[in-house]
Design a protein around this ligand. Structure first.
Ligand code: NAP
Length: 262
């Protein structure tokens, strides 16, 4: 199926690895032009080299999603090179883990900037271009914590619920400009971040990483972790013409791990 992304321009935040890279890969396999961004320049360059093998035009620029100046610089770099933007993926590293008394105001503010304000700021910077051409698609990567709070991930539970509500509100406000907003929700996707979490948990319990992963998989009806290519295709679909009447949804890519009906 041609999903309609060829020669379109997509800006994918936090995309040198993991889920962001998975979305970038799916788009570039279908001929899209990409701006990717992350903090580590060497990893970014490696990712851009891998992605350019698929034929699309891939550019990269350093991005720290928690810093507004960095976001502005990243987006103007993309606009200067491509002239416009058709789709945006809002993504960043996760906020610190911990319980209520682990965090002072400074930690709450850091998480607010990294997770919620990064979404507000990225969207603010790209919207004028989308409003002008009355078309655009924005996808925010969140977490199943917006459906069922996750133990020890208090900051993520709170800030990502804010992002989910932001996305739904903007889908309503900007629908008249034919701009779509959707949430993409990873369950347990096999990325570096998840591997290191599994290692930490295995160490804490005094078990092997294989045993830890087996315990995690037993909670997932499909019985396994998702791959970045699988969530990547779902993200590319939400950004593409193939999902032209889908806006304001929260799409779970979690192998049925989340037990809520809605
Ligand atoms: N994997 C899952 O199953 C899962 C489940 C629920 C939620 N999530 C959330 O989904 C997001 C992506 O997770 P992932 O598993 O793909 O992580 P990952 O494999 O660790 O990749 C993270 C990517 O984000 C970049 N990044 C991190 N902090 C950044 C920042 N401040 N500004 C710009 N780029 C940044 C990293 O590059 P640099 O370090 O070089 O910046 C890297 O490219 C995270 O917020 C995570 O909490 C993931």
């Amino acid at each position: 199926m041609d999903i309609g992304v060829k020669n379109k321009n997509y800006f994918i935040a936090a995309s040198s690895k993991g889920i962001g890279f998975g979305i970038a890969k799916a788009l570039s396999e279908d001929g899209a032009n990409l701006l990717i961004g992350a903090r580590n320049i060497e990893e970014l360059e490696k990712a851009a080299n891998k992605l350019s093998r698929f034929g699309g035009n891939v550019i990269y620029e350093i991005l720290d999603a928690s810093d507004y100046n960095s976001i502005k610089k990243w987006i103007s770099f993309g606009i200067n090179k491509f002239g416009t933007v058709d789709g945006l993926v809002v993504n960043a590293g996760g906020p610190r883990a911990g319980y209520f008394f682990d965090f002072d105001d400074g930690e709450w503010e850091k998480a607010f900037n990294l997770t919620l304000m990064s979404a507000v700021r990225m969207i603010r910077e790209v919207l004028p271009y989308m409003i002008e051409k009355k078309k655009g698609s924005i996808v925010a990567v969140t977490s199943t914590s917006v459906k069922e709070p996750i133990d020890v991930l208090l900051l993520s539970n709170v800030m990502r619920s804010g992002v989910t509500s932001l996305i739904k509100s903007l889908a309503i406000e900007f629908g008249k400009y034919n701009i779509r907003f959707n949430n993409l929700v990873p369950g347990r996707i096999d990325t570096d971040r998840v591997r290191s979490l599994d290692n930490l948990n295995a160490d804490k319990k005094g078990i092997s990483i294989e045993e830890q992963m087996k315990a995690e998989c037993s909670q997932i009806p499909l019985g396994r972790y998702g791959q970045i290519e699988e969530i990547g295709k779902a993200g590319a679909f939400l950004l593409s013409e193939a999902s032209s009447y889908i806006s304001g949804v929260t799409l779970l890519v979690d192998g049925a791990k989340t037990k809520t009906v809605w």
